[in-house]
Design a protein around this ligand. Structure first.
Ligand code: HEM
Ligand code: HEM
Length: 213
């Protein structure tokens, strides 16, 4: 049983990895901009005050409408990137079936079971390996969740969703964002540490593939 992180990375997985990283960082960026520079709460007050100084009084509701209209083109990008992520999660499934050709979860299960047979010196490293792989599995489950809830919100009127249900889905979609913030931070830190310790070349393997096992 191999518990090393270094393995040949097929071209399809490499392309998938970098596209996926770009899309998720892009999705997080749209949220960051929405909540800061393009926040309707801040901008509607600015619009109202500037117009007032110029001699025009508008209602807070109208100021909010203008601020939201300015924000909308940014949010269109959240949806476009979201469609991209939906395509990528299907792509990842196809790579697992047609390129990696391991029954989903089977090799991970074998690794978990295999830990018992290892010596006490080997166990901590193998346990860490399995935890990292379980983290990836959780990443895929959470991404699937974001895609399903995101698409449901995008088509909420077509689906005839009640206001309460749409609000609950949005709250959960929003809360789940924190998983991606945590995952990205831990993941990048983890691969940089691995690169500097036992797995030298792990990052460049994600660019050129590395040695064929
Ligand atoms: C930008 C800096 C990044 C670097 C240098 C990097 C590097 C790597 C490396 C070296 C691996 C292989 C390690 C292993 O198999 O355990 C990997 C795997 C992975 N990365 Fe990243 N990554 C980056 C960003 C991201 C981001 C932003 C995401 C998504 C939020 C992401 C998601 C993943 C996933 C899901 C895997 C596992 C792929 C699989 O199923 O084998 N990565 N990354
Ligand atoms: C990792 C991926 C994603 C993250 C981190 C993320 C994050 C968020 C956050 C934080 C919000 C709440 C924004 C707010 O109300 O202030 C949101 C809303 C939303 N997201 Fe995502 N999202 C992701 C994927 C998707 C996908 C795949 C779609 C589908 C195409 C999507 C579509 C939407 C929609 C329609 C809303 C509701 C916007 C509204 O009601 O104003 N998202 N997203």
């Amino acid at each position: 049983m191999k518990y090393s992180f270094k393995k040949y990375q097929p071209l399809s997985l490499r392309l998938w990895h970098w596209l996926n990283a770009l899309l998720i960082l892009g999705l997080l960026a749209t949220v960051l901009i929405r909540k800061t520079f393009l926040s309707w709460r801040t901008n509607s007050v600015v619009i109202q005050e500037k117009l007032k100084a110029a001699g025009t009084e508008i209602t807070p509701d109208f100021a909010k409408e203008i601020a939201v209209a300015i924000r909308n083109p940014l949010w269109d990008w959240h949806i476009y990137l979201g469609y991209g992520l939906a395509a990528l999660i299907v792509g990842r499934f196809l790579i697992a079936v047609f390129v990696e050709k391991t029954p989903i979860g089977a090799s991970l299960w074998n690794k978990i079971v295999g830990i018992r047979a290892l010596s006490p010196e080997e166990k901590p490293e193998a346990t860490h390996h399995v935890l990292v792989k379980l983290g990836y599995l959780l990443f895929y489950v959470m991404t699937f969740f974001m895609v399903v809830t995101g698409l449901t919100l995008t088509f909420k009127s077509d689906l005839g969703l009640s206001k309460e249900l749409a609000t609950t889905i949005k709250e959960n979609h929003e809360l789940a964002m924190w998983f991606f913030v945590g995952f990205t931070g831990l993941h990048v830190l983890g691969v940089v540490i691995a690169e500097n310790r036992k797995d030298r070349g792990i990052i460049s393997d994600m660019v050129h593939g590395g040695d064929i096992d």
